[in-house]
Design a protein around this ligand. Sequence first.
Ligand code: NAD
Ligand code: TYD
Length: 350
Amino acid sequence: MKKILITGGAGFIGSHVVRRFVNTYPDYQIVNLDKLTYAGNLENLRDIENKPNYRFVKGDIVEGAFIQSLFEAESFDAVIHLAAESHVDRSISSPLDFVLTNVVGTVNLLNAARQCWKDDYSSRRFYHVSTDEVYGTLGETGLFTEETAYDPHSPYSASKASSDHFVRAYADTYGMDTVISNCSNNYGSFHFPEKLIPLAINNIKNNKPVPVYGKGENIRDWLWVEDHARAIDVIFHQSASGQTYNIGGHNEWTNIDLIRTLCAVMDRKLGRAEGESAKLITFVTDRAGHDLRYAIDSSKLQRELGWTPSLQFEEGLEKTVDWYLENQEWLENVTSGNYQSYYQGQYSDR
Ligand code: NAD
Ligand code: TYD
């Protein structure tokens, strides 16, 4: 039996990873550690919250003494670390929050793991979930590979790059078994509506302007979130120690083409006249330091561990829109702030 600490499990990607591990591995114990910041929502895990192999712990990875005592009390066999401040725009206005959670929080976890595992790293693993944004920006051609030099531009990507370096430093210095994956932009269910796709779906539904930064020419490489969770599962179980894998969908879209496609899907789903939703597109001031293009070469993961993305983007986008339209209560609870009281209702007595 394995006891795995998953951090940030109440967030977008973390909730998909927790669900996958709880459902796929009934003999593992999954402990979800999350501070429940604005981005943490336990409603994301309503369907598995009573499973016998799942437990939630509310806590802040920035609090080193708390993290140390949690590790001593629980004897984890592995960590899958997703907790982070994740929104580039917020990192531009509040960079220090990103240093604290993404850098200090990661080092606190590494320190606690080291203290508890130092006599025998062989059957323990620290899996760090990171982003392709550490590589900086591409021009019109080329792809990020695992050999691409780090060149972060936003406070978010700088903090994630720093955390990646610390994870590698703990492998090199102390011999810890670590793995890192760097993934492209995810989309799908339970995505907080501050990020492009869920924000646009919510605004289109409510007939509000859809803000497109600059000319909408920036390119992102979109991956279905459940394909990311499956990649994490595969890498966690099959990777050799010390490896890095890039994860991506070979699915590049300019922001404006993506939003126009989404508008057409929304017109159809909402019974609007063709072109109606696209009238909401509003070009706004560009993001400072806006990276032009991200695109991932995931051939190492495909070749070595046999992972491939499962969904075409058009199908995934359709499924995502359906999910948001069918889960209006989730969206309303998130946009009204009501989701934060779910914790009190479900967990105050634990
Ligand atoms: P998210 O913002 O949706 O969720 C982050 C979670 O971390 C939340 O539940 C939040 O409450 C928790 N958290 C934040 N600060 C914490 C702290 N100090 N202590 C404990 N918990 C804390 O983020 P996401 O989009 O699900 O991203 C998860 C991870 O994947 C991050 O490490 C991110 O860098 C990485 N990533 C994200 C994407 C993407 O497209 N969203 C792509 C590649 C990599
Ligand atoms: P986002 O979802 O914030 O992810 P990231 O910045 O991590 O890639 O943004 C995706 C792209 O969409 C990025 O190029 C910025 C752009 N964008 C907009 O044009 N309008 C918006 O309202 C947002 C949130 C993002």
